[in-house]
Design a protein around this ligand. Structure first.
Ligand SMILES: [Zn+2]
Length: 66
């Protein structure tokens, strides 16, 4: 028995509160909460930005913006 996207019941993303039929993504926050694909992408993007920001916090020898 195949399940297509059209047959998924509508559900509400606990993260953004919007109704969706997206295939759920697992939230990176606790690794078990199902969020909509948009929130999944946003979380991944946020993680990436935060990781990049942390790297930029490190002082770089010889390069200093004043
Ligand atoms: Zn969402």
């Amino acid at each position: 028995m195949e399940i297509t996207t059209d047959q998924l019941p509508e559900w509400i993303c606990p993260s953004c509160g919007s109704r969706t039929r997206d295939h759920p993504a697992i939230s990176r926050t606790d690794n078990k909460t199902k969020v909509c694909s948009r929130c999944g992408v946003l979380e991944a993007f946020k993680n990436y930005v935060e990781a990049t920001a942390r790297q930029e916090d490190q002082p770089v020898n010889g390069i200093k913006s004043e």
